[in-house]
Design a binder for this molecule. Structure first.
Ligand code: UDP
Ligand code: MG
Length: 320
């Protein structure tokens, strides 16, 4: 059966120190492509790996069709690697997935079928996260719920970046120039016809997680800060509430001073008040500061990522 011209699919796969994972990954992709010839392009984005990821990738795919390897000049982070991959995807739809096969390829097939029914975004909804620790699952689930309440976009629960996006969405995404993109939030924000497919997230098939807790935390804060002004408004409200309370306290102090003769040693309460308000102020300065930092990042207007090399099978690669 010939494949209609408007029906091709790209896979977008960020790679950071995934040399251990690559052989299995390429094998899986190739066997998947046997039954899915519409997968005409595979975009690997090497996010500044410090191991042999790029060389191994080139060796593995040198005789294969449709691969392209984008190499960043350094590590720019997962979200920017995905963004670059989406920029380089040339097919009628692209599927974003992790290199570690936690996002199973059969689900990609399901996503493609769902896309053909007329959806622009088909995201993977995780039924369970067996591959992750209990703590990781609990914090992830809490985050998605907080994000949903905080943000002004209607983001689906329990989804990562594993999703299919149509050409229309890819083109719209290109227009978004945020320095620290939060990919899944931005795609929700874009709208279009969105739907989900439920799947079981597999454990990492090899290598180790490239996301430290620090990175996860950062991703969570980026997500909230880029989609919600609510922490700022919350700061204002709590600030107002606390000032009101201290006003009442002041009245009480004045009454006690002038109309009673209780002498108060009072150093503990003074310390308490000092600590409390000191802490509150620093906390909300931090909230304001984190937004200011984002504004600063945006106004600098630097390119978001720097590509060192774009390589396709059949071309000779750089010496590294
Ligand atoms: N990754 C990346 N840049 C980074 C960190 C991770 O491109 O700075 C890639 C990594 O190679 C993988 C995907 O992002 O393909 C998800 O990373 P990982 O599986 O380590 O995250 P986890 O599944 O543990 O959240
Ligand atoms: Mg993973």
């Amino acid at each position: 059966m010939p494949i209609p011209a408007h029906d091709s699919v790209s896979l977008v796969i960020p790679l950071f120190n995934e040399e251990a994972m690559l052989p299995a990954l390429v094998r899986e992709i190739e066997s998947f492509r046997q039954g899915r010839p519409e997968v005409q392009q595979v975009v690997f984005v090497d996010d500044g790996s410090t191991d042999q990821t790029a060389r191994v990738a080139r060796d593995l795919v040198s005789g294969l069709e449709g691969y392209v390897l984008i190499q960043f000049s350094r590590n720019f982070g997962h979200q920017l690697a995905v963004t670059a991959g989406m920029h380089f995807a040339t097919s009628d739809a692209a599927v974003i997935l992790d290199a570690d096969l936690q996002d199973p390829l059969p689900v990609v097939g399901e996503m493609i079928d769902t896309w053909r029914q007329g959806f622009d975004v088909v995201y993977g909804v995780r039924r369970q996260r067996d591959g992750d620790s209990l703590l990781q699952r609990a914090t992830a689930s809490a985050f998605y719920r907080v994000f949903r309440r905080m943000s002004e976009v209607d983001a689906p629960l329990d989804t990562g970046d594993f999703r299919l996006v149509s050409r229309a969405v890819l083109d719209a995404y290109r227009e978004l120039g945020e320095q620290q993109p939060y990919v899944r939030g931005l795609i929700s924000w874009l709208g279009f016809n969105q739907t989900g497919v439920v799947y079981d997230r597999a454990p990492r098939a090899g290598g180790s997680s490239k996301y430290a807790w620090r990175d996860r935390m950062r991703l969570a804060l980026d997500g909230i800060a880029s989609f919600s002004g609510r922490p700022l408004r919350l700061a204002v409200r709590i600030g107002l509430g606390v000032s009101l309370l201290s006003l009442i306290g002041l009245v009480w102090v004045l009454i006690a001073r002038f109309f009673t003769d209780t002498t108060v040693p009072g150093w503990s309460s003074i310390l308490f008040v000092g600590f409390f308000f000191g802490g509150l102020q620093i906390f909300f300065l931090g909230v304001v500061g984190s937004y200011l930092a984002r504004v600063y990042e945006e106004v600098k207007g630097r390119p978001r990522y720097v590509v060192r090399d774009v390589w396709r099978p059949g071309e000779s690669g750089p010496e590294s």
